[in-house]
Design a protein. Sequence first.
Length: 376
Amino acid sequence: MFKKIHIRSYEVGLKFRNGEFVGLLGPGKRFVFTWFGKTAVRIVSKRDPWLFDEQLDVIVKSGVLAGKAEVVDLKDHERALVWIDGRFNRVLGPGMYAYWSGVRNVRVESVTIDSARLVHNQLASIVRGGDALRWLDVCKVERDHVGVWFLDGRYVDQLPPGLYAFWKDAGDARVVEVDMRETQVDVSGQEMLTADKVTLRINAMVTYVVKDARRAVSASDDVRQSIYRETQLALRAAVGGRELDVFLTGQAGGDKDALIEELESGVRDRAAELGLEVTSVGIRDVILPGDMKELMNKVTEAKKAAEANLIARREETAAMRSQANTAKLLADNPTLMRLRELEVLEKIAGTGKLNIVLGPRSQENGGLTDLVVNLL
């Protein structure tokens, strides 16, 4: 009929009769009348500061917890952050809670979810808590990025790099991360027709930076793909309006600036609508078809051969003109002619043995013999 129980100094007995709470039992030895099981005692430890019981509301209303425990009653728009012994423990959702006082150092911080975002100087500790992810959506904006925050589909704010948490029951919070660094998009393998119906394969590149993160997120589902398509269209318009020779001349430097300006102007306005700023557009490679490449090589070879022949004729003409001028000068100056003859004989004599063979002296060659003798 009686049951002996022992309640330790850090324990409390919850006494029930016929399933209803009737009071608390303090530390010590107790005898409980258990006739037909009408009375029961449940012993709880205050080392676990939380008092959990399906009749907690009855226990609280009875007033027996006054001075022994603290009660927290959270409404639908309220949450509580709990620290135990200086360490974050848990997040409490709506409902009634009670924790024992005097055994553990428990601190409860009540917050509202009206703003949807949880701002706290110990946010990193909170999101690592045991059940924090049950109540919070957590995201991190990386370095050199910006987070565009939407709540229930409406734009709210732009978030700099850092850690963020949003209450799940406050609305559908979404953060879109946008890279603010310079980005390159390759527009490769584009087959295009020139104005004279020659097919080219072109590889181009566009470089851009995000200037308006909100517009970049809202104006297009994929700004990278959008700027790719705009560059592709601008490239087709620029190439399609030029004949092959003009286009290749432009690539060689003659019309290159005009071509690049046309490409940039075709992309820049649309990029601004997407919240982007185009910093550069360029053509990396121009690939001709095989037969056209062979034909262009032949044309180039013919041009170079003609240029070489022209240069050779110019040099020959200059040499002949120089010789004519020299002959005229020597004819007008006999003394200069005599000096020239001496220079020639000196060069001949310096290269080896000089043999001069003259025929028999006669009236015709006597003067030549005397002349040679005199020269030597």
